[in-house]
Design a protein around this ligand. Structure first.
Ligand code: MG
Ligand code: ZN
Length: 177
């Protein structure tokens, strides 16, 4: 049976967005985000992270730094019984030409599908705090939950999210409940 996936943004969704988070000292879980992951997983969703990491293209940190941080993130989640099917990332910059993986492009969804098999996009959700997350979901054909943030304003969005929430936890409550 095709998987129902929760596509999770990273910075501003799982962890507090301190700007180009690239080491453990900068990693701070958003309160309730681990619980939310557990709740969604228990409801039968497959969890996967889709994260734009242009800091790599900009030479601010290396892919190795990022993988070390993601290993830490996955260890912390594992302590709570949460498993990520994949942590997909786009290491490219917006300015250095187009790639097909930087959100709002859906290359990362295709990477995840290549790993886990068919995805039921219509039963899946994209949860993130930027318009690029919303558009990624729209482009992939998922439902969308947009987290309130400094990055977007209601009324200026080009697409309408299925829900607007204050946190991943709130999104999980609404999706599952
Ligand atoms: Mg974000
Ligand atoms: Zn890319």
């Amino acid at each position: 049976m095709p998987s129902k996936v929760i596509f999770l943004d990273r910075d501003g969704t799982l962890n507090v967005d301190h700007g180009y988070v690239n080491e453990r000292d900068m990693w701070e879980w958003v309160p309730g985000s681990i619980d939310a992951c557990k709740q969604l997983q228990d409801a039968g969703f497959t969890l996967a992270v889709v994260t734009n990491q242009s800091g790599i293209a900009h030479g601010m940190y290396t892919e190795k730094n990022m993988h070390e941080l993601h290993a830490y993130m996955e260890e912390e989640l594992a302590l709570h019984g949460v498993h990520l099917a994949m942590v997909a990332f786009c290491p490219h910059s917006r300015s250095k030409g187009e790639c097909d993986c930087r959100k709002p492009h859906i290359g990362m969804a295709k990477q995840i599908e290549a790993k886990i098999g068919p995805i039921n996009y219509a039963a899946s959700w994209m949860i993130g705090d930027k318009e690029a997350d919303l558009l990624f979901g729209k482009n992939a054909g998922t439902k969308t939950a947009l987290i309130r943030s400094k990055y977007w304003e209601e009324g200026k969005l080009t697409e309408k999210p299925d829900m607007v929430v204050d946190s991943l936890k709130e999104a999980a409550e609404k999706i599952v409940g």
